[in-house]
Design a protein around this ligand. Sequence first.
Ligand code: NAD
Length: 493
Amino acid sequence: MSLSISNDSLLPGRNYIDGAWVDAADGTTFPVSDPATDAVFTQVPNSGAEDAKRAVDAAQKAFASWRKVPAKQRAAIIKRWNDLIVAHTEDLGKLISREQGKPLAEGKGEVLYAASYVEWFAEEATRTNGEIIPAPVPGRRMYALREPVGVIAAVTPWNFPAAMIARKIAPALAAGCTVVCKPAEDTPLTSLALVKLAEQAGVPAGVLNIVTASRENTPAVVDVWLDDARVRKITFTGSTPVGKHLARRSADTLKKLSLELGGNAPFIVFDDADLDAAVEGLMISKFRNGGQTCVCPNRVYVQAGVHDAFVEKLAARVGALVVGPATSASSQIGPMINARAVEKIERHVRNAVENGAKVVVGGTRVQSEQCTSANYFAPTVLIHATPSMDCSCEETFGPVVPVTRFETEADVIAQANATPFGLAAYFYSTDVRRIWRLADALESGIVGVNEGALAAEAAPFGGVKDSGYGREGSTHGLEEYMHIKYVCQGQLD
Ligand code: NAD
C-alpha cells in the first residue's frame, strides 16, 4: 500500500546503527498499518536484545569523539537537521498523518513544531556556560563545568511521532550526548525518516542510533538499555505504568531519568469567564489529535451560573466536527491509533452513562463511507460527570468531554487536584485575583490561564506527581542531558 510521499529515501525501512541501515540481527520484521483502514503499509525490523546492544556499543564508541566536537560545530549540524526537516514538511506531514491518523494540516503542523525544538536546541548548544565560584581561601580557583551525561536511551510514544523524537534527540545531541532510540511501534516510519535527515545533516556514525521493535519485542530491547551501565540516562514519554517500570528497573545503574507521563488535566470555567474564549480554548486543547494528547483536558468543570450556556455552545461546536481519514482534506478528527484505544474510549463512555452521565452529543463509534476501519469515535460531550467515573479517574485519550457542574472555587480546586496526575491544568476567569490564586493552587507542571494552546519550544514542558519529572524544551530541556562537574585548583599563590 502506497504512502504517496514524493521522496522515497525518507523510508529506509531499517534500523540505523553505527552509521549503517541494517536489518534486525535475526532478520524478523513487524507490520506498520494505517489506522484509517487497518491496511498494512510496510514492514520494519523487529529488533531484539542483540540489536539493542549493538546500538549501545556504537553510541558508547561515538561518545568519545562527539563530546569533543566544538559546540558551535555541533550546533551547525543540528541546525542543518532543522533545515532539512522544514524542507521536507510536506512529506513528513503526510507520513505522520498516514501512520498516526491525525489530519494532514495537523501532521504538517507537527513537523514545524518538531523543527522548532531542533532549531532551539541548535542555538542552545553554544550556551552551556559554566560558573566561576569565588574561592573562600587565597590561592584557589573554583569552577563548575557542564558536561554531557553520556549515552542516552530515548523511548517515544506514537501520538507525536516527530515532536517527541525532536524534543529528546535535539537536546541530547546539543549537549554532546550520543543516542539510542526505540520509537513507538505504531509510528516507526516518521522516526526513521527524521534519522535519515539527521544522517544527511552530518550527524556522525554512531552518534544517533535507532532500532524499531513490535510491542512484544520492546521489553527485550529496552531491558538491555536499562541494565547496561553505559547508558547514563533514559528519556521517556508514554504511560505512567511504563514510566514507573523504567524508573524501578534503572535503579541498579542509577541512571538519570526524564519521564513525561500520563495526565488527567482539569479545565475549569468560572462564572466570570469569557465563555466564547473558553469554548474556543477547550476546542483547541481537547480536540487536537482527536484528544490523543497528554496535555488535553480530561475533566471539564463549569461553574453553575454558566454551565448550561457553556454546554450549549460547546455541543454546537463539537457536533459540527468532521470525522474522517487523514487523506480527506475536510477531516478534523482522524481515526484513533488502534483498536485498544477505541475500546478504552468506549468503556469510559459506557461506564459514565451507567453511572448517571448523559450524552449530549456523540457517544458512539463512527462508521461511514469514509470511516471504514473500526477506529473512529464521534466527538462526544457528556454532562453530569462525577469523580468516581472511569473518565474522571483515567486518561481517556480520545475525543470525549465529560462536564461536571461546580459551585465554589474551593470545591473545584479540591476536585481538580484530586488525582495522582499533574501534567497540565487550564482555567478561564477574568478576575485577576482569582487568576493568581488558581495558578498557585493547581497541582500541575503546566497551567493554561485563558489559553488552550500551551506548548512552545522556549517553555519548560513537564509534570509533577504521577505525570513524571524532568522538563523538555527551554533552557531546562538541555540541562536534563548534562551534569555539573566542580573543579577546584589549589596552590595558585
Ligand atoms: P506506552 O507507555 O504504552 O508506550 C510508550 C512507549 O513505551 C512506546 O515506545 C512503547 O513501545 C514503550 N513501551 C511499552 N511497554 C514498554 C516496556 N515494558 N518497557 C519499555 N518500553 C515500553 O504509552 P502509549 O499507550 O503508547 O501512549 C499513551 C500514553 O502516553 C498516555 O498515557 C499519554 O498520556 C502518555 N503520553 C504522555 C506524553 C507527555 O508528554 N507527558 C506525551 C504523549 C503521550
